[in-house]
Design a protein around this ligand. Structure first.
Ligand SMILES: *[C@@H]1O[C@H](CO)[C@@H](O)[C@H](O)[C@H]1NC(C)=O
Ligand SMILES: *[C@@H]1O[C@H](CO)[C@@H](O)[C@H](O)[C@H]1NC(C)=O
Length: 217
């Protein structure tokens, strides 16, 4: 009992430390503009010679442009990461524009390396995330133009445009490389696929349903 309490106390004390480690590391120089031509592999991207850095390395144009949302989901994400804006390298942040057709959705997904703070730029959005097991609490609401919402790091979340008009959101993420795990694609569309025995028991549904879902992703 005493030992359990002790382990529990230690886990809580060390938790913020581990959470801090989950975000990108702090830079140890003013900037490290990505050298997009480099083939060196490391945790991030190699730096361009600071003497050759220009203002355009720290800038990106075009987030005012609407994207094409004619796809099955009715949604398109335009990312601005170090690939689009080399000056973001090592700074631990990135930004995206999300376009939604009427009834379009950004389906259930998580970012393993970032929290996401989103502002509705046009239209309205129904948003939500689900807390960890075993609570699985669904926290969501409908946002109007100008409203801001935050999706905590690692949690499964979604956005949906309920309105009859297009919607647009701008979201900032606390990593230069947040990563995206699409729940349906990861579970039913992996390569090679997950055995249907595993999926059948995991989801407590019939093999035929699993087979059908696997054809969809
Ligand atoms: C949008 O994408 C669809 C499907 O790829 C394509 O058929 C359509 O021409 C595109 N529309 C525009 C305006 O580019
Ligand atoms: C899943 O993979 C197995 C082989 O690993 C294959 O026989 C089966 O057809 C695949 N199922 C789907 C739905 O792709």
């Amino acid at each position: 009992m005493a030992c359990n309490a002790c382990i529990l106390a230690i886990s809580f004390l060390t938790l913020p430390f581990f959470i801090a480690l989950a975000a990108d590391q702090s830079p140890i120089q003013d900037f490290c503009v990505a050298d997009t031509g480099s083939t060196v592999l490391l945790n991030g991207l190699t730096c361009k010679d600071p003497k050759h850095v220009v203002a355009d390395d720290f800038s990106f144009g075009g987030l005012h442009l609407a994207a094409n949302t004619s796809n099955a989901l009715g949604c398109h994400v335009t990312p601005v990461t170090p690939s689009e804006m080399p000056g973001l390298n090592t700074l631990g942040i990135s930004i995206i524009r999300i376009d939604y057709a009427p009834r379009g959705i950004n389906p259930l997904h998580t970012h393993p390396r970032a929290s996401e703070i989103l502002i509705v730029w046009e239209g309205s959005l129904e948003v939500g995330f689900i807390t960890s097991y075993p609570e699985n609490r669904h926290i969501g609401k409908v946002l109007q133009k100008g409203d801001v919402f935050v999706f905590p790091i690692g949690l499964v979340h979604y956005q949906r445009n309920p309105g009859p008009t297009n919607a647009v959101a701008i979201a900032a993420l606390s990593s230069q490389n947040p990563g995206v795990i699409m729940v349906a694609n990861a579970v039913f569309g992996s390569t090679p696929n997950i055995s249907s025995d595993i999926l059948e028991k995991s989801f407590q549904i019939n093999k035929n349903v699993i087979g059908y879902l696997q054809t969809k992703f």
